[in-house]
Design a protein around this ligand. Structure first.
Ligand code: ZN
Length: 323
């Protein structure tokens, strides 16, 4: 660990990550008898998703939001087939916890329509609002990532035939050539670059006005994390990166990424931006970063919230450089 980089064990907590809310029961997913019992169990709980939006309950001002759970009876009343449920795992009492993902058209067809399923909320907004517990966010993220994968894995990429869900939603098998497909987590790097005194944050074209964040990019086939950090940062900003140190990771269910959070040392500081992607990138002092975190930066610059690993990376920089 370079002396001026934070230690991974001191890394700030952030909320949208893998919490030990459930035993994933990976060894039981293929046991159809056990699964049938779990699906019919009195304590079984089902989370509904419609068009990848999550069913939640909320108090009147929306400040406290939780996942909305249905029991096996509710699922029957809604006319849904329990056997399509994805097993998320078992809770501390040994009861099955499942997700049922509906397309918008299917959700509209349940008795009472979308109204009966409300409230349905976009997970990204939920995470940003900070109104949901870390455990619920983690479960919702897992459910959304799996549901998004099923949506794009319905046909075999090899022969084009339909695929069918197996192992409680953790495998799909082609009905034509028997090729198997497994849920994906696509690795991406997210990077706090520092020149020793300042850190580099970027403003992407798709971001809101004056919103800056750490830089990120997808890992390509045949590439390790360190090479990916160096390539992405060179392509996006023209900066040459030296040391790269892993800090923490975050499952990011949009649609099913694994964000690998790193600190990286800039060996050069002159910026040459890839303007197709990056609208602006600037070096910021720790003082300015603290102003952004306190939402009182003189230019009104904002950064991601505490649900994200980007926030934790930025906070770890502010914490390393005096107050
Ligand atoms: Zn096939």
């Amino acid at each position: 660990m370079p002396p001026d980089f934070p230690d991974a064990k001191d890394f700030p907590p952030f909320s949208l990550r893998s919490e030990d809310a459930l035993d994933r029961m990976a060894q039981m997913r293929g046991d159809t008898g056990w699964l049938k019992e779990q699906l019919a169990g009195k304590g079984a709980r089902f989370l509904l998703l419609a068009d990848l939006q999550i069913a939640v309950t909320s108090n009147s001002d929306g400040s406290e939001t939780g996942l909305r759970w249905h029991d096996a009876g509710d699922i029957g009343k809604l006319g849904l087939d329990r056997s399509r449920a994805i097993l998320l795992g078992c809770d501390a009492r040994g009861h099955g916890v499942f997700a049922v993902s509906l397309r918008e058209r299917e959700a509209a067809g349940v008795p009472g329509g979308m109204e009966a399923l409300k409230l349905l909320v976009d997970l990204r907004s939920l995470a940003q609002q900070g109104a949901m517990s870390a455990q619920d966010l983690s479960l919702a993220g897992m459910a959304r990532a799996l549901a998004a994968w099923h949506d794009v894995a319905r046909f075999c990429g090899r022969c084009g035939a339909k695929t069918q869900s197996r192992d409680a939603g953790w495998r799909r098998k082609c009905t034509g050539c028997e090729q198997e497909f497994f849920p994906r987590a696509d690795p991406a790097v997210i990077v706090l670059i520092t020149d020793g005194k300042r850190c580099l944050l970027g403003h992407h074209k798709r971001y809101a006005h004056k919103f800056y964040s750490t830089l990120a990019g997808f890992v390509e086939p045949g590439e390790d994390i360190e090479a990916c950090v160096r390539r992405e940062m060179r392509e996006e900003t023209g900066i040459t990166v030296g040391e790269v140190t892993y800090m923490a990771s975050q499952p990011w269910p949009f649609p099913h990424l694994l964000m690998v959070g790193c600190w990286a040392r800039a060996l050069t500081t002159k910026l040459t931006l890839e303007e197709d992607e990056l609208h602006d990138a600037r070096w910021f002092s720790a003082e300015e970063v603290r102003q952004m975190m306190a939402e009182n930066h003189p230019e009104g610059i904002t950064i991601p919230g505490p649900h994200s690993i980007a926030w934790a990376l930025i906070k770890s920089f502010a914490g390393r450089h005096g107050t």
